[in-house]
Write a protein that binds this ligand. Structure first.
Ligand SMILES: O=C(O)Cn1ncc2ncnc(NCCc3cnc(NC(=O)Nc4cccc(Cl)c4)s3)c21
Length: 273
């Protein structure tokens, strides 16, 4: 892929196919690079909208961060190019699409499927944190499924290098830990909190602090008002793991490498991820 990093791509290098999805900033298409016949996803962003939303620096940071990340559970960003009006992101194609659609269809996942996803996300986050990158926006909408059913973290549009921790507010509140909702300094342990939220949502089909009003969600997060519904039936081992991740004091949250040793993960996650 070395030449891919330097090569100046243009849209004429690709046969563009059907749209895969519509995002806020532009559409995603399946495409085939003509010389290699390599299938990719092409995200087309309109410069006007990027300028309007003042996110150009975020996009540059995403491209910079992603160009150094290589992990089976992180969606590759192979490169980018632009023309007069658009910026194009050349992305790894995730053949089984968006995880949140799968979750909506199944309502909730089995403990084995949930544990397998959580373990692969933990391994991807250990890898990112090892490179001083925190994602900060782990939620079903940013997770895709590869051809073999493996999970891929995508959209590092909100990730940062930890040495310049920022206090910007990200997308939906549901996934934000107390320290981000109260917008105080935050570190890699924000991703552990979000992974705990995700684990709960995989098992129950809804995030733990969901409420009608933003103000109620906010209060439930900062109070860590964690309740486990009677249905669907979930093992106490799973509840134990979630309770060790959704801890207000960020330094007390279960470390990611400890998560991989937790009985619920060891007994339920498929090692191949
Ligand atoms: O998701 C779908 O709609 C459908 N889909 N289905 C299969 C599939 N395979 C690969 N990719 C898909 N989608 C793109 C996922 C992204 C990865 N990285 C991103 N980065 C980004 O958007 N950055 C960004 C944008 C605007 C502003 C800023 Cl600041 C940053 S989006 C796929």
């Amino acid at each position: 892929q070395k030449e891919a990093a330097q090569k100046r791509w243009t849209i004429s290098d690709f046969d563009v196919g059907k749209p895969l999805g519509r995002g806020k900033f532009g559409h995603v298409y399946i495409a085939r690079e003509k010389r290699s016949n390599h299938i990719v996803a092409l995200k087309v962003l309109f410069k006007s909208q990027l300028q309007q939303s003042q996110v150009e620096h975020q996009l540059r940071r995403e491209v910079e961060i992603q160009s150094h990340l290589r992990h089976p559970n992180i969606l590759r960003l192979y490169g980018y190019f632009y023309d007069q009006k658009r910026v194009y992101l050349i992305l790894e194609y995730a053949a089984r699409g968006e995880l949140y659609k799968e979750l909506q269809k199944c309502k909730y996942f089995s403990e084995r499927r949930a544990a397998t996803y959580v373990a692969s996300l933990a391994r991807a986050l250990i890898y990112c944190h090892g490179k001083h990158v925190i994602h900060r926006d782990i939620k079903p909408e940013n997770l895709l499924i590869g051809a073999q059913g493996e999970l891929k973290i995508a959209d590092f549009g909100w990730s940062v290098h930890t040495f310049n921790r920022r206090r910007t507010m990200c997308g939906t509140l549901d996934y934000l830990p107390p320290e981000m909702v109260e917008s105080v300094e935050h570190d890699a342990s924000v991703d552990i909190w979000s992974l705990g939220i995700l684990c709960y949502e995989f098992l129950y089909g809804v995030p733990p602090f969901e409420a009608k009003e933003h103000s109620d969600t906010y209060r439930r997060i900062v109070q860590v008002d964690l309740k486990f519904p009677p249905k669907p039936i979930v093992s106490s081992s799973a509840k134990d793991l979630i309770s060790q991740m959704l801890v207000k004091e960020s330094t007390q949250r279960l470390a990611l490498h400890k998560l991989l040793e937790h009985p619920w993960i060891v007994q339920n996650a498929d090692p191949s991820g």
